[in-house]
Design a protein around this ligand. Structure first.
Ligand code: ACO
Ligand code: ZN
Length: 516
């Protein structure tokens, strides 16, 4: 019976849900293999994030409702999931995060407001609220109830300008094929990646890398999509951690197939066995990422690595990161990028927690290309710390920045959380700083200048939080009690913060350098 189950079929498959209960979910068969005489099926759960894809035995398949492969399924590689339809990060957040997301909600009960005025095309936020009404000087809930029924004029806040519109993006979305980006002045074209095709990197230092012809290095994604959409690496040992990759990463095939791939946790070189690793460790002198330590507070440090000066390290970091980044292109021309690696120190060295990469010059104002917290450190505030750091760099550059699109589901959650907290902090500080009778007044431009968050992201956050509405001919920001309380609770929990005094960074004008 399981012989009928071939690649492209769809059928219900038993999977563990968030509560660790068995649940039937529609899945697509991506591959079939035999292991010790037993058949195994690689399944992608429709509308769930690809990181939940897995090998399952036949007894987890419900063959009574088997759907044959759809013809058009083979010709739609846009999201790396043939015939599965595009799943946006937004949908992912709502439906696909069942592996570990409990809920992502914001309270919208409206009680209080500050009001904006429209002023020469930009939004000007100024309060109509009586300062005597409450602690935060807001009007009564009934007044706002009326406001919330008014429609926000479309022209004022165009959802297309919210920075999450993927249409204009030049990135691929299938997990590793390179975009065709026309060369721009002062901006290098991002080129195909190259990886040494070796058992390990033991002898690869200084050796010119050899282009691979499979995986994400292939110029045409359609032929090898079946490869890149399946996880290929079983397990990575990195220092004291064992990491289970979520997505395909173009490590050499013979290494990816091993039960465990060993990485030197400091230079990120990959090795085929523990013996090779031990031999490497006797020679490797690094105890921290290469590059300059530009931030240190307590045990937390940031190192800045130039992708042109530390090519092997930068490529190895990208390979590791790709295991957890699906929607991002893997750049192997690392020259145009800087890498900011965050570490935690102990007497054994500076252990990598996460990183983000950044183009030296970005025509699109991107201040982050890829961002990652290694799974053992996730959900402990490090992601927002990386994001905060990226904006501190932008502040020193006197520029507003935005993360490169598309964002992943988890990236979107983290950015939304960071943007919300940062903007609310400013609005509440403004209200708290008012003298008696004074009206708060702030523009989106001013919020952007204070935070280095791009205006589009500020507007999309205000919309997402449902703070913005149109009232009596004016734009109105409504800060509900729930929002304020929720924000205060979140801030109390946010222990990890960047201390700008500990950041030693002087921005460089890469445009003037001619060559990076
Ligand atoms: N489920 C539910 N919520 C989550 C999850 C999750 N698995 N992970 C993070 N969050 C939420 C947190 O609850 C938190 O929200 P809160 O402040 O409202 O509580 C927010 O996201 C940030 O949490 P952090 O602990 O600060 O972030 P973390 O260290 O987990 O890192 C990151 C976030 C970097 C996105 C991480 O999940 C990751 O590395 N993912 C894989 C790579 C990736 O997707 N990177 C982003 C791609 S987009 C780009 O590169 C521009
Ligand atoms: Zn090493």
């Amino acid at each position: 019976m399981s012989a009928d189950v071939i690649e492209g079929c769809r059928l219900p498959v038993l999977r563990k849900n968030q509560e660790d209960e068995d649940e039937w979910s529609l899945a697509e068969i991506l591959s079939v293999k035999e292991s010790s005489g037993n058949k195994l099926f690689y399944v992608h759960y429709i509308d769930f994030n690809k990181r939940l894809d897995e090998w399952v035995p036949p007894n987890r398949l419900d063959m009574t409702t088997l759907q044959s492969p759809k013809k058009e399924a083979k010709s739609s590689p846009t999201n790396g999931l043939l015939g599965s339809g595009t799943v946006s990060p937004e949908q992912d957040v709502r439906r696909g995060m069942q592996s570990n997301i409990k809920s992502v909600t914001y309270p919208f009960k409206e009680h209080n407001f500050i009001t904006p005025k429209k002023k020469s095309g930009s939004m000007c936020l100024a309060s109509q609220a009586s300062p005597t009404a409450s602690k935060l000087s807001f009007p009564r809930a009934t007044e706002v109830e009326e406001v919330s029924m008014k429609r926000t004029p479309k022209a004022a806040i165009d959802p297309k300008s919210n920075g999450h519109d993927d249409n204009h993006l030049s990135l691929t979305s299938n997990g590793g094929i390179h975009p065709i980006i026309p060369s721009k002045r002062g901006r290098k074209r991002k080129t195909a990646c190259v990886v040494p095709e070796e058992d390990s990197q033991d002898s690869s230092d200084g050796t010119p890398p050899v282009p691979r012809t499979t995986g994400s290095m292939a110029p045409d994604c359609r032929n090898d999509d079946i490869v890149t959409r399946m996880k290929n690496v079983n397990c990575i040992e990195l220092g004291r951690h064992r990491l289970k990759p979520w997505y395909f990463s173009p490590y050499p095939q013979e290494l990816a197939a091993l039960p465990i791939l060993y990485l030197c946790e400091f230079c990120l070189k990959y090795l085929k066995s523990i013996t090779c690793l031990q031999r490497h460790l006797t020679k490797c002198t690094l105890r921290n990422p290469p590059g300059n330590e530009i931030y240190r507070k307590g045990t937390l440090s940031f190192f800045e690595i130039d992708g042109r000066k530390n090519i092997t390290y930068a490529q190895n970091l990208c390979l590791l990161a790709k295991c957890f980044l699906d929607h991002k292109t893997l750049y192997y021309d690392t020259d145009p990028f800087l890498f900011y690696v965050m570490t935690e120190y102990d007497p054994k060295g500076f252990h990598t927690v996460g990183y983000f990469s950044k183009e030296k010059e970005s025509a699109e104002d991107y201040n982050v290309a890829c961002i990652l917290t290694l799974p053992p450190y996730q959900r402990r505030g490090y992601g927002k710390l990386l994001i905060e750091f990226s904006y501190e760099l932008s502040k020193l550059e006197s520029k507003a920045g935005t993360p490169e699109k598309p964002l992943s589901d988890l990236g979107l959650l983290s950015y939304r959380s960071y943007w919300s907290q940062t903007i609310l902090e400013i609005l509440l500080n403004l209200l708290n700083s008012l003298n008696y009778g004074e009206r708060p007044h702030i523009t989106i431009q001013e919020v952007s200048e204070m935070t280095s968050i791009k205006k589009e992201d500020i507007i999309s956050t205000l919309q997402y939080l449902n703070l913005i509405s149109y009232y009596k001919g004016q734009y109105v920001l409504t800060l509900s009690e729930d929002i304020v309380l929720g924000h205060e609770r979140a801030i109390q929990k946010r222990h990890l913060r960047i201390d700008p005094c500990c950041l030693h960074f002087a921005p460089k004008d890469w445009g003037k350098r001619g060559r990076w």
